[in-house]
Design a protein around this ligand. Structure first.
Ligand code: AMP
Ligand code: GLY
Length: 423
């Protein structure tokens, strides 16, 4: 089979790696890919939003299956564009990707179908939002309705901050049209867990749990980022939590989408908060998480292409999804200054240390091949990932492997997986 992966970050590198292990696959293309991906796939210089070009490429090269990693093309309807030309593609159609594309939609869906989440109201005008805030309890959470690179969520401790937040989102339009509508939501406390799942429209199969570290600095300080590291499984995702989510959240979401005429096929990523009152949905994503994918797929036993095909064909109930009884940790090596200002173009050395090692992976997020060699080309540069018999061993292995790599302005958090010690 020939497979095309759409995207070019650490998540797509992990996807290409896992697809390369499939018995069914003999050729992988990735658009646009990156320097690390080019070692296992043929990178094609087409952007993820260039649907026409991607469709033509898939047709001309007899691609048998396209897998979409990123949110923007999914929300923009890439799956519909491929299906319209009779091409096989893994991911939700536009009318289902709205589960991630509109937070107001997803909140209304959860309310209508009694799926546990924070109490909220949607607002279409700044005046109404500010009026509501005059009497609301603080702290409070403001969310831009649309996609905002994971940055459209403001946690406000005071009424002044919240009023300012409405201005930022709705009047100054920091995230453009994503802020035309906002969700104002009850502030919750608790540990966060990411749960990825495969969905075929009717059946849902849960992968193993993971936890992200979104803040830039140690001790969860600093700005929100795309994710500075992950571990899997989460020791806080207990059997009791799993049972609750199976009963009230997972299947309920799939059934709700179907009932709305928005049958969901693809990945649903449940961002959960384990509050004192029980698990609540913080957010849905309609795709694999980054860098959750790096730790989840490195533990997955199945041939992932068989699972993708089962989702497309509606036969997921026949798949026995299995994960190794081990753990994995991913530490992101970033450019110092990320997520604000940083320099790039520095030569990366030490990548060869990962060759032929089964338990260590270096997934590229922002790298580029030049005549100087592979250089840094983004805020998040590499996802150094290691497995181990348990979380502590995986963490020690991952941090050991971060020392194999050097580049100027290399930056990382030193406390990825610290929560493990509290479990
Ligand atoms: P989201 O993009 O909705 O996952 O929000 C980004 C981050 O904001 C989450 O990972 C949480 O850390 C935080 N967050 C979102 N909603 C809430 C909430 N209702 N209460 C507390 N924290 C929240
Ligand atoms: N790691 C969070 C996300 O992919 O949205």
């Amino acid at each position: 089979m020939k497979v095309l992966v759409v995207g070019g970050g650490g998540r797509e590198h992990a996807l290409c790696w896992k697809i390369s292990k499939s018995k069914k696959v003999d050729k992988i293309y990735c658009a646009p890919g990156n320097a690390g991906i080019s070692e296992i796939a043929e990178c094609v210089p087409i952007g993820a939003m260039e649907f026409d070009k991607l469709v033509s490429f898939a047709k001309e090269n007899q691609v048998d299956l396209t897998v979409v990693g990123m949110d923007d093309p999914l929300v923009g309807g890439i799956v519909d564009a491929f299906e319209a030309e009779g091409l096989r593609v893994f991911g939700p159609r536009k009318n289902a990707a709205i589960l991630e594309g509109s937070k107001a939609f997803s909140k209304d869906l959860m309310k209508k179908y009694n799926i546990p989440t924070a109490a909220y109201e949607n607002f279409h005008s700044p005046e109404d939002a500010m009026k509501y805030l005059e009497t609301a309890d603080m702290p409070i959470v403001l969310k831009a309705d649309g996609l905002a690179l994971g940055k459209g969520v403001l946690i406000c401790n005071t009424r002044e901050e919240a009023m300012e937040g409405v201005k930022t989102l709705m009047l100054d339009k920091q995230f453009g049209d994503a802020g035309n509508t906002i969700v104002i939501e009850e502030f919750m406390t608790g540990r966060e867990v990411s749960v990825l799942s495969f969905v075929d429209g009717d059946t849902i199969k849960i992968m193993t749990s993971a936890q992200d570290h979104k803040r830039a600095k140690d001790g969860d300080q600093g700005l929100n980022t795309g994710g500075m590291g992950t571990f899997s499984p989460s020791p806080f995702y207990t059997e009791e939590v799993d049972e609750f989510c199976k009963k009230y959240i997972y299947q309920a979401t799939v059934d709700a989408m179907k009932a709305e005429g928005r049958t969901f096929k693809g990945i649903i990523f449940f961002g959960l908060m384990l509050t004192p009152k029980g698990p609540r949905v913080l957010e849905y994503n309609a795709r694999f998480g980054d860098p959750e994918t790096q730790v989840v797929l490195s533990r997955m036993k199945n041939d992932i292409v068989e699972v993708f095909e089962a989702c497309i064909d509606g036969t997921l109930s026949q798949i026995d999804l299995q994960f190794e009884d081990n753990a994995a940790v991913c530490v992101v090596l970033a450019s110092d200054g990320y997520p604000e200002k940083y320099d790039k173009g520095f030569v990366i050395s030490g990548l060869e240390n990962f060759k032929d090692k089964e338990d260590y992976f270096v997934f590229h997020a922002g790298s580029k091949l030049t005549e100087k060699g592979i250089v840094t080309n983004g805020g998040r540069v590499l996802g150094v990932t290691a497995t181990g018999a348990d979380l502590k061993e995986a963490r020690a292995n991952a941090y050991k492997a971060t020392e194999w790599i050097s580049f100027e302005n290399k930056y990382m958090r030193h406390d990825i997986g610290k929560a493990i010690d509290e479990a």
